[in-house]
Write a protein that binds this ligand. Structure first.
Ligand code: ADP
Ligand code: 5GP
Length: 211
């Protein structure tokens, strides 16, 4: 059930993209803690788990063969190669959540965002930008879970990813974490309140549904 206590006529997806180290996982984690009505789209990937990551919670960690099997069975709404590994969004949970009238959160890259927005209109796209290059470098370093070479590869890819920010609907600077989470919550609240997403009959006010 939505926080308003009313169901939406149709749910919607909220995509959060950022360069690696931009704060997607941290921000999504905080959003899920604050808003229990949000669902999270657990992606599939062929990369290895980081020490703190759990299979099924952070990602479904798959072999390349298994990933390709699912790809051929058309189980992904979209998939892409990012930093040399496969990543894909499972279609079933995405469509089921929206049909249920709930909101699903996705932390995916710029290719995935563009594919999903083309296939599923109504998807909300937010780009998180770091306050500076220096802070992005420090945050990536601070994470210490990818090797040095992998970190450099991710930093090099960051320029191309940030160049795609202009195609998003919302741009949020991830400086102070609590402010970032507040701002994204405000976006989600405003999107939930859009008239077109609400079930006017559920208000019990006849004038709202007059033809
Ligand atoms: P992503 O999922 O986009 O790759 P993470 O969420 O793993 O990024 O964040 C990278 C690092 O930056 C983590 O160590 C995280 O704790 C830190 N971080 C994220 N957002 C902030 C913030 N607003 N202020 C300070 N550190 C942050
Ligand atoms: P990481 O390895 O740091 O978790 O993720 C690397 C990149 O892959 C990030 O930009 C992340 O958002 C993206 N990513 C994660 N899951 C998916 C997915 O299902 N599809 C796409 N296209 N990108 C994803």
């Amino acid at each position: 059930m939505e926080p308003s206590g009313r169901k939406l006529t149709q749910g919607f997806a909220v995509i959060i993209s950022a360069p690696s180290g931009g704060g997607k996982s941290t921000v999504c984690h905080k959003l899920m803690q604050r808003d229990h009505a949000l669902r999270y789209s657990v992606s599939c990937t062929t990369r290895l788990p980081r020490p703190a990551e759990k299979n099924g919670r952070d990602y479904h960690f798959l072999s390349v063969d298994e990933f390709k099997r699912r790809m051929h069975r058309n189980e992904f709404l979209e998939f892409a190669t990012v930093h040399g590994q496969y990543y894909g969004t499972p279609k079933h949970l995405f469509d089921q959540t929206i049909a249920d009238g709930s909101v699903i959160l996705l932390a995916i890259d710029v290719q995935g965002a563009s594919n999903i927005r083309a296939k599923r209109p109504g998807t909300v796209a937010i780009f998180l930008i770091p306050p500076s290059w220096a802070s992005l470098r420090n945050r990536l370093r601070g994470r210490r879970q990818d090797g040095k070479e992998e970190m450099e590869r991710r930093l090099a890819n960051a320029r191309g990813e940030i160049a795609q920010a202009k195609n998003y609907e919302y741009l949020v600077v991830n400086d102070n974490l609590d402010d970032t989470v507040d701002q994204i919550e405000a976006i989600i609240t405003a999107e939930r309140l859009k008239l077109a997403r609400q079930d006017l009959a559920s208000f019990g006010i006849p004038e709202l549904t007059l033809k």
